[in-house]
Design a protein around this ligand. Structure first.
Ligand code: NDP
Length: 297
């Protein structure tokens, strides 16, 4: 049976480490601040935003929550972001996606000051990160990388397969694994013989959004499996359960280690949002980023 990589526990430890650094910064008179902007009433977004705000406060940071109505215009949102860009008490800014149809997401994300880009989605940060410069890294792949490094240590020479090529998960995950000297394959909906590609991988990161698509028989015995997928599957009683992109029951018979859903990558994503805000705070105050923090130095 595979070892379970407990993302919930890992994230709790990470939040404790972040809280210690926040305390140390406060002694210097600096309180890191994260602003989260929500436009509209999307129920899932409301849950995420609440959870982000709560965890921000728990690590000792200032949380600034901006809830705007569904009818907000792009100009109104850009004005708010401009204010947050110029507010010294705000070190990180996150605009919760999706945005209502009248607002162009790219225009909004590009208007966030790159040094306050807590999500790591600004093209300047994407460029810096892919060319080996210092910029913020998207939270979900960063969380996956931290768990992989903790579990595997040196990943040099390992074959890694990233299933999914989105800008927020797949592509940055591939870059991070390449930076760790893995031999990286990026798979997607046009990949020929996906199962065979998966079977060659020592590290498999699944980010497709297809419930339980990856079966145990696709996995190389002993491989490390990171399941990013969060999919709702209806239950007979009218409720739903959450499953990943990997069929956990069969995969955990074959893999060496695997993240569960829920309780794997999900908790790490928010913890890494706080980590990105912390990193931004050091940089904005010209302070060195502590050595223990990955991909920041
Ligand atoms: P996207 O829909 O943006 O991308 C999905 C990717 O999967 C695409 O590259 C697509 O290929 C590929 N794909 C889709 N179907 C297949 C298939 N049948 N075979 C092979 N490849 C396929 O999704 P995201 O990257 O945003 O999210 C992926 C999953 O991760 C979702 O379940 C999402 O909920 C979850 N997620 C979880 C987070 C967390 O915190 N745990 C954070 C973010 C996302 P192509 O490009 O060819 O279309």
């Amino acid at each position: 049976m595979a070892q379970i990589i407990d993302g919930k526990a890992f994230a709790a430890n990470l939040r404790q480490d972040i809280a210690k650094e926040v305390d140390a910064l406060k002694e210097k008179g600096i309180t890191p601040g994260l602003a989260v902007v929500l436009v509209g009433e999307d129920p899932a977004s409301q849950v995420y935003v609440r959870s982000k705000g709560k965890q921000t406060v728990e690590v000792g940071m200032s949380s600034f929550s901006h809830k705007l109505p569904e009818s907000t215009t792009q100009e109104e949102l850009l004005n708010l972001i401009n204010k947050l860009n110029n507010d010294d008490s705000v070190n990180g800014i996150l605009v919760q996606l999706p945005l209502p149809a009248q607002i162009d997401s790219d225009t909004v994300l590009n208007s966030i000051a790159p040094e306050k880009d807590a999500d790591g989605f600004h093209p300047m940060n994407v460029g810096l990160f892919t060319t080996g410069g210092i910029g913020s890294v998207p939270c979900t792949p960063l969380g996956c990388l931290m768990m992989l490094k903790d579990h595997l240590g040196d990943m040099s020479g390992k074959r890694a397969l990233v299933l999914g090529r989105s800008n927020i998960v797949g592509k940055p995950m591939g870059t991070l694994l390449l930076n760790e000297n893995c031999t990286v394959t990026m798979a997607h909906s046009r990949t020929a013989d996906l199962e065979e590609e998966c079977r060659r991988a020592d590290i498999l990161v699944a980010a497709v959004g297809r419930p339980e698509m990856v079966k145990g028989s696709w996995i190389k015995p002993g491989a490390t499996v990171i399941d990013v997928g969060i999919n709702r599957v209806d239950k007979e009683d009218g409720g739903y359960r959450l499953v990943g992109d990997v069929e956990f029951a069969s995969a955990s018979e074959v893999a060496g280690a695997i993240t569960p859903v829920p309780g794997g990558v999900g908790p790490m994503t928010i913890a890494c949002l706080l980590l990105n805000t912390l990193i931004s705070t050091y940089r904005q105050n010209n302070l060195p980023v502590p050595e223990w923090i990955p991909v920041a130095n």
